[in-house]
Write a protein that binds this ligand. Structure first.
Ligand SMILES: Cc1cc2nc3c(=O)[nH]c(=O)nc-3n(C[C@H](O)[C@H](O)[C@H](O)COP(=O)(O)OP(=O)(O)OC[C@H]3O[C@@H](n4cnc5c(N)ncnc54)[C@H](O)[C@@H]3O)c2cc1C
Length: 415
């Protein structure tokens, strides 16, 4: 049985892994050469603590304020686009306390399931990913964010996720090599992190060893249909016969399914990162700067990565360097000993997060094509949920009972 996976990001490669190991003959097709996509330069958090979706009450007011600051962590490029307007309308509709509460259990369940998969992978011979379970610190500087951290901690404990409030002194003792300009932190001891670049390379070579075929520099343009099934996946170079198709094309997925008559409200949310090697600026634990909305991750022994910003923009737009300055300035406000030289443009990485309208991924079958499984829309937590999503994809195509309730992820929930 042949399966075509569209997209060589973490979701596509994880799907390929679980399909190939369960007897499918998998081909992964990507528009690029498998050397980079959103799954490479991210912050590497594998984080059950992230059970709050992007659409939260107050985000729109805050976002509007940030719109006028070129270094701010959030920006929506104003443009007349029907998909963008529809996404924004649905996003606003979902930014309520009730929806956030309803999203927490599904996000926790898939995150724990996925973390377990990374844990298993990390002990496989040859699967290098620098996986570490050291927890995650969320630094706050203001009373407002401290109060928010208290609420998040209570919600986490209700969900069975361990969370502790730490004083500045306690955090400083965990990070003795640098001065922390913080009021305290919320600590999630059970979060993990990894080095995404290493994971992606390892996964790819492991898949090649298992017999998966990779077709790079081929853009999937469409599908040849018969009796509500995809018979062929049509690319710029070939037509591939398929008994099953997995759509894991990240921020580009909605363009592809539109031609099947399916609406998948989604936008690309650009984020930037820079990675220092053998730097004297380092930390022992991954950290989120709550007010600054920046992620810092010490990874793979001698590296530290700084990542952030959510820029809803066209995927062809040139990078905005002022946003990178914003990341560096935020780090310096919390960690005054850190001196980060502004990197050369080729050292600045960026990627587009596939942002669904309600912060929950789209995972499931589609009524438009019976042999298609959609797996995308993971926004800020696609690395964290990626391995678990791949496993769920294979459970669906193998007609097994999914390990996680998939109803909240229905790709057709917006009609
Ligand atoms: C700065 C930053 C920090 C982040 N930090 C974290 C984090 O710490 N933890 C976390 O969980 N998540 C994080 N994320 C989010 C995470 O990186 C993404 O959610 C995840 O990588 C999405 O994976 P994906 O496989 O869905 O998409 P991608 O990795 O984007 O892969 C999609 C692939 O599909 C291909 N494609 C698209 N269209 C076509 C087509 N028509 N034909 C063929 N191929 C196609 C693309 O070329 C691409 O290779 C972060 C993101 C950013 C930007």
């Amino acid at each position: 049985m042949r399966a075509i996976v569209i997209g060589g990001g973490i979701v596509g490669l994880s799907s390929a892994w679980f399909l190939q190991t369960s007897g499918w003959q998998v081909t992964v097709v990507d528009r690029n050469d498998f050397g980079d996509n959103c799954s490479y330069g991210n912050a590497g958090y594998v984080c059950p603590s992230h059970f709050i979706p992007l659409a939260t009450p107050g985000i729109i007011r805050q976002g509007l304020k940030w719109m006028w600051n070129s270094e701010s962590p959030f920006y929506v490029e104003p443009r007349l686009s029907w998909p963008l307007l529809r996404w924004a309308w649905l996003f606003a509709k979902n930014a309520t306390a009730e929806r956030v509460t309803a999203a927490a259990v599904p996000l926790r369940d898939i995150a724990l399931f996925s973390q377990q998969t990374y844990h298993e992978w990390s002990s496989l011979p040859g699967m290098e990913m620098a996986y570490e379970k050291k927890g995650l610190l969320e630094y706050f500087q203001t009373s407002e964010k401290e109060a928010h951290a208290h609420h998040v901690r209570e919600d986490a404990l209700r969900l069975g996720i361990r969370a502790e409030m730490l004083t500045r002194e306690a955090v400083q003792a965990m990070e003795p090599q640098t001065t922390l300009n913080i009021k305290g932190a919320l600590y999630f001891p059970d979060d993990a992190h990894l080095y995404p670049n290493k994971l992606m390379h390892s996964l790819r070579s492991a898949l090649a060893g298992l017999g998966v075929t990779f077709k790079g520099n081929e853009i999937v343009k469409g599908f040849s249909m018969d009796q509500q099934q995809i018979r062929q996946v049509v690319t710029t170079r070939h037509r591939y016969d398929a008994e099953a198709v997995v759509l894991a094309a990240g921020a580009w997925s909605s363009d592809l399914v539109r031609q099947l008559g399916l609406s998948l409200p989604m936008v690309g949310g650009r984020g930037y990162s820079l990675t220092l090697e053998n730097s004297s600026n380092n930390l022992n634990h991954p950290a989120v700067l709550m007010e600054g909305r920046v992620a810092l991750t010490p990874m793979d022994g001698n590296k530290i990565r700084f990542g952030g910003t959510m820029e809803i923009t066209n995927t062809t737009r040139a990078p905005r360097m002022k946003r990178v300055k914003g990341i560096i300035h935020a780090v310096e406000r919390y960690l005054p000993d850190f001196q980060i030289p502004f990197p050369a443009p080729d050292k600045i990485w960026y990627g587009f997060r596939p942002c669904s309208a309600d912060g929950l991924p789209y995972i499931g079958r589609s009524s438009k094509a019976r042999n298609l499984v959609i797996a995308t829309g993971h926004a800020m937590i696609g690395l964290s949920l990626g391995a678990g999503t791949g496993r769920l994809v294979s459970e669906l195509l193998n007609e097994q009972q999914p390990s996680v309730n998939l109803r909240p992820y229905d790709p057709e929930r917006f009609g």
